[in-house]
Design a protein around this ligand. Structure first.
Ligand SMILES: [Zn+2]
Length: 273
C-alpha cells in the first residue's frame, strides 16, 4: 500500500524495465508474492520457481500496461530426459510450422491465425484514424494488447513443441536459417512465423543443453528441398515454392517437398560429424 507502481520516464517508447541485483535477501519469491527492493511485497500470479541461486530481478512494463517481474537464476539443478534412440530432421514449412523427417507435419495453431487476422484489421483501422485522437489512442492500446496476446500464444506453442521434440528425440538436425534472409520476405503472417522459427531453434538449443540432447545445425547452402534423398539427384525444378510434390527424374521416387527436405537435413546433420 505504501509503495506505488514504478513510473518510467521515457515518452518515446511503451516498453520499460529496470534490473536489480540480489543481495542479502532483498528479493524473495513466495507462493503468490514477490519481495522487491524499495517496493516490498507485490502480489503475483503463481509461477514455478527453479531450484538455484537467485542473481537478479527485472521489473518491466509492456505496451498494454501490464507489469512483469522476471527472476534470473544460476546453478539450476540438472534434469536429464531419458534417451529414446531416435533422431529427426526438421524443416521450417510455409503452410505448416515445421515438418519432421518421419513425415509428421506440425501446423501453426488456429488461434494464432485468428489473432493475426484480427491484428491486420486493427492495423488497417489505425491508419484511418487521426493521429493522437482519442480513438487513435484507444486503438493503439487494443493493438498493443493483441500483439502481446499473439506473443504469448506463440511462446506457449513453441515452448510446448520444443519440449516435446527434445523429449522424443536424442539428435535433432535443423536448418541454420539466417534471419537477415528471412526479413526480405515481408508480410505479417510470414514475419511472425520467421520470428517463431528463430525462437523455436533457440529453445531447442538451450533445452538440449538442459536435458542432455544434441542439436545439429545444417548449412542453408545445402539445397535440402531440391535434392532427392534417395539418389542425390538435384532437381532445379523444385526451386519454385509452389511445387509441393515431385517425382525424381533419375530414380522415380515420389517426394513430398517438405518431408524430402527434412530427410536431407537429417542425413546432412548426421553425416556432418
Ligand atoms: Zn532420386
Amino acid at each position: 500500500k505504501k509503495a506505488e507502481y514504478p513510473r518510467f520516464k521515457s515518452k518515446k517508447t511503451h516498453r520499460y524495465s529496470y534490473t536489480t541485483k540480489y543481495t542479502n535477501g532483498n528479493i524473495e519469491l513466495y507462493e503468490n508474492k514477490v519481495k522487491l527492493p524499495k517496493i516490498g511485497l507485490v502480489k503475483i500470479k503463481k509461477t514455478r520457481a527453479p531450484k538455484g541461486r537467485l542473481l537478479s530481478a527485472t521489473v518491466s512494463q509492456v505496451p498494454s500496461g501490464k507489469y512483469y517481474v522476471s527472476l534470473c537464476y544460476t546453478d539450476v539443478e540438472e534434469v536429464l530426459f531419458p534417451l529414446t534412440y531416435n533422431e529427426t530432421g526438421i524443416n521450417l514449412g510455409i503452410k505448416d510450422f515445421i515438418i519432421l523427417s518421419n513425415g509428421e507435419k506440425v501446423e501453426n495453431p488456429k488461434y494464432l491465425k485468428n489473432s493475426i487476422e484480427k491484428l491486420k484489421k486493427l492495423q488497417k483501422q489505425q491508419s484511418r484514424k487521426t493521429k493522437g485522437s482519442r480513438n487513435w489512442i484507444k486503438n493503439r492500446i487494443k493493438i498493443a494488447r493483441l500483439h502481446e496476446k499473439i506473443a504469448n500464444q506463440r511462446m506457449d506453442f513453441i515452448n510446448k513443441l520444443s519440449t516435446r521434440i527434445i523429449r522424443e528425440y536424442d539428435i535433432i538436425c535443423i536448418e541454420d536459417l539466417k534471419v537477415e534472409n528471412m526479413l526480405k520476405n515481408h508480410n505479417l503472417a510470414q514475419s511472425i512465423s520467421d520470428v517463431s522459427w528463430s525462437k523455436f531453434t533457440t529453445q531447442l538449443e538451450y533445452k538440449a543443453k538442459w536435458y542432455g540432447k544434441v542439436i545439429k545445425k545444417v548449412d542453408t547452402f545445402y539445397a535440402s528441398s531440391q535434392t532427392c534423398h534417395c539418389c542425390g539427384y538435384k532437381n532445379e525444378g523444385t526451386k519454385d515454392l509452389k511445387v509441393r510434390e515431385w517425382t525424381c527424374p533419375k530414380c522415380h521416387s515420389n517426394h513430398d517437398r517438405d518431408v524430402n527436405a527434412s530427410i536431407n537435413i537429417l542425413m546432412q546433420g548426421i553425416l556432418a560429424n
